[in-house]
Design a protein around this ligand. Sequence first.
Ligand code: HXC
Length: 259
Amino acid sequence: MTYEFIQVHTEADKIGVITLNRPKQLNALSPDLMVELGAAMTAFDADAAIGCIIITGSEKAFAAGADIGAMATFTFADVYKNDYITKHWETIRSIRKPVIAAVSGFALGGGCELAMMCDFIIAADNARFGQPEIKLGIIPGAGGTQRLPRSVGKSKAMDLVLTGRMMNADEAERAGLVSRIVPLDKLMEETLAAALMICSYSQIAVMAAKESVNRSFESGLSDGVMFERRIFHALFATQDQKEGMDAFVNKRPADFKHQ
Ligand code: HXC
């Protein structure tokens, strides 16, 4: 499939890299772009050779939000009947392989929400995060009011959502929104290294780990721990568990077959 608003390639035959590519609009997330992003992610997820997916943007912008020009004339009837956001943005939630957001520059509004929908965020030192929708007379609409407080706590989430201010990479890391900050010129190198590390493990264990961590956002502690316990037990039925533990015991590298 050819894409107009994103670029797609693989690294080391096992990492799917998606680059948002509307540079003139600071990668504003138009509905067409989101259709392409969903299609590319779904294709990588279905590709047995792919172990991890990276979403990135340009140096200046991961994404400066949903496309304001496209939204400006929407009516309630338009967005309600077309199920705006739900229809195209929620695809990412069905992706079972790990998705890393490699963020440099602006990650604002829907751009910040897209990054938060990924499994973790690696930020370049020039990254800036914010939910400025309030300045446009709206509120975050792709989960920002829900995921931001779960990441950074109520006070900072309220501060960001109500004032519309941006926070830099240092503040975002202190607050727990991003997992690590790297120099801008090392962003892809470091993100690819993290992705390669993930790809070296059992894909079944990796997917199970992602599913289990995500469960913590959906359930209470007792249910979440029980979910984890059942998956943990189930992994003893895999060849990869036998391989991983035998490799450790015999002091050799593990050769996971994802079985
Ligand atoms: C459409 C956008 C855009 C956006 C930037 N552009 N953000 N177009 N939608 N979200 C366009 C500008 O219009 C401009 O086009 C070009 O990109 C460069 O932007 P500038 O403003 O000239 O750049 P700069 O001065 O460096 O300022 C960067 C910026 C600013 C601070 C990021 O562009 C900005 O505030 N953008 C809007 C951020 C925002 O409000 N995001 C939330 C959107 S609402 P031209 O043609 O003039 O060169 C949202 C709702 C989410 O995301 C709901 C659910 C998803």
